[in-house]
Design a protein. Structure first.
Length: 410
């Protein structure tokens, strides 16, 4: 609760904090000169305070003069030579001015419901592996949305240029921590506040090279979370595509420019060691993704690798349809692609990742600082193959690859 008393006393009460606010020495209120008010929201537990009768009346009169009617308890500490006032006298005095002290104020303040911001550059989803699994992860930590925690989601809807504005909304909302998905969200969160705790989930960035953290063990700033070893994954994607097409020498790579070059550099390095030429299909928003893919396929790549991006994950149905229509094999980091009819995917289990974020949020809400929470790498990966798509593309999937698959869609 915030209560502001205008001239001659300014008294601001913020949560459970205790502050000292000077009283204007020019005030004509009795005994107000060179005094200070120490205020804390402490509900009905007023206790016995050594307070100045004159100072207490000054504060009470200030409230009355300002027309304030609220719920506040004051711990008033004047110089030692002032006359004391006991608990009952203080309550009587405050009650006489119309200021009431609620019996449940302390419990309400102590149980202030924390607010978690959720920032994502993609589109709102129901039954998604993102926000729904974050909620589940928080439930596992004892936080249930609507009961003892509030979640404020903001979605970029495929337009990364809106992320900073959305993040400013969360700051104004007073969130206690923000969960930022992918580089555009992280950049916006960092630009909006240097102090607000950030829990990141990013499969596309190098957190050290990007300047987000000092090192993996001790991030050292206001950001922590989950980051993928993208070069290692990119190499794996290329190896698996070569198992499907042993003679491949030209591969197109779908790259979301807003995610940075970390993945692209990784795939370039892996391609050089395998003597594979890389054609880059660039896009930066959901509308441009399909258009860029259509144009890129005109250059005749033998296969397509889809680098990580929230937009490519959510745009999987459209991409799968184009790949089948153009009869081009493709692999994605996200299983939404084979689920939508595409050939295959290999990447981290997003359900597990977003549930894991709940642990970070819980520890921060309980007092931990992001600077001291180590960065984690995804540890659970899954290979998903769609045999129906393979048949439509005229491919015979290698037995070794099928044997290592976590799921085969018949």
């Amino acid at each position: 609760m915030f209560l502001d008393v205008v001239d001659p006393v300014l008294l601001t009460i913020a949560g459970m904090s205790t502050i000292v606010v000077p009283i204007d020495p020019s005030s004509d209120l009795p005994n107000a000169e060179n005094q200070s008010v120490r205020a804390a929201v402490i509900g009905s537990e007023v206790g016995d305070f050594a307070v100045s009768c004159g100072l207490a009346r000054a504060v009470a009169m200030a409230y009355e003069k300002a027309g304030e009617r609220g719920c506040v308890c004051l711990s008033l500490r004047p110089p030692a030579d002032e006359v004391g006032m006991n608990r009952r006298e203080l309550i009587t005095l405050l009650a006489g001015t119309g200021i009431t002290i609620p019996a449940r104020a302390k419990a309400q303040q102590a149980r202030k419901m924390p607010v978690v911001g959720f920032l994502h550059p993609g589109f709102p989803e129901s039954g998604s592996p993102t926000l729904d699994n974050l909620r589940e992860g928080l439930r596992n930590e004892g936080y249930v949305e609507g009961e003892n925690i509030t979640i404020e989601p903001r979605w970029g809807r495929g337009k990364p240029e809106t992320m900073l504005q959305l993040m400013h909304e969360l700051v104004r909302r007073g969130v206690d921590v923000v969960v930022a998905t992918a580089r555009p969200s992280i950049e916006a969160a960092r630009a909006a506040s240097a102090e607000l705790p950030i829990v990141a989930n990013d499969l596309e960035s190098d957190p050290i090279a990007s300047g987000y953290i000092a090192n993996l063990a001790r991030p050292g700033g206001n950001l922590t979370g989950l980051f993928l070893d993208a070069p290692g994954l990119c190499s794996k994607l290329l190896q698996q595509m070569r198992e499907v097409l042993p003679g491949v020498n030209k591969i197109a790579v779908m790259w979301d420019m807003t995610t940075g070059r970390y993945q692209l550099d990784g795939i370039d390095a892996a391609a050089k060691t395998m003597s594979v030429n890389v054609q880059v299909i660039e896009y930066r928003d959901s509308e441009g993704m399909v258009r860029a893919l259509d144009l890129g396929l005109n250059e005749g790549p033998q296969a397509v690798i889809q680098l990580g991006s929230p937009l490519i994950r959510q745009g999987a149905p459209a991409v799968a349809q184009i790949m089948l229509a153009r009869r081009v094999p493709a692999i994605s980091v996200f299983r939404t692609f084979p689920d939508a009819g595409g050939l295959m995917s290999y990447g981290p289990d997003l359900n597990h990742l977003f549930r894991r974020l709940g642990s970070y949020v819980s520890r921060i809400l309980r007092g931990a600082h992001p600077a001291e929470l180590p960065i984690e790498r995804p540890t659970k990966f899954e290979l998903v193959i769609n045999l129906k798509a393979a048949k439509a593309l005229g491919l015979e999937m290698p037995a070794t690859l099928l044997g290592s698959a976590d799921e085969v869609i018949e």
